[in-house]
Design a protein around this ligand. Sequence first.
Ligand code: AMP
Length: 187
Amino acid sequence: MRIILLGPPGAGKGTQAVLICKHFGIPHISTGEMLREQVSSGSELGRQVKSLLDAGELVSDQLVMKVLEDRLLRPDCAAGYLLDGVPRTVVQAEILKGFLGASKTALTRVVQLEVPEQVLLDRIRHRGGAGSRSDDTAEVAAKRLQVYWAQTAPVAEFYRNEGLLRQVDGVGTVEEVSARILAAVGG
Ligand code: AMP
């Protein structure tokens, strides 16, 4: 099971990722989470990326894909994984394709969660302040959405052309949405 979960900020990717990973017993690979860990550990990499995360802008493709590749080479990823928040650009999708080809593995499915823009803004605003993420303010949320439409939405088209994309309605209860995702990945 090698799954990619795509969708705009506020679509519920993180919540759904945890449930889907539990269902299949696969690791949840979130580049955002890995980058935030680097920032809080105060590493050199963390210092390099902090201002980008805080502004809702993307970290460079090469840097993110190096972090991802190192993670995917760890033994717990041998039987599969779920990617959350990556690839975020078509360049990242191409780098991942090269990496998968070199390791003679293939993706099972790419699922895109679809949620109307107004619902996303409401959800993000709701989350803002309550959590510990410094990029959860309304202003940064709007920026992250803008970055999503400009740079990440084309990733769905990339996977549609590869015949891997399934679009799932992301509006509903957590259980309803996860049932739809499981149906889309054939679980
Ligand atoms: P996320 O937790 O997936 O929303 O990611 C939080 C932040 O980490 C993003 O706003 C970006 O600054 C950075 N980030 C996470 N994943 C990527 C990626 N694949 N490419 C570039 N930047 C990323």
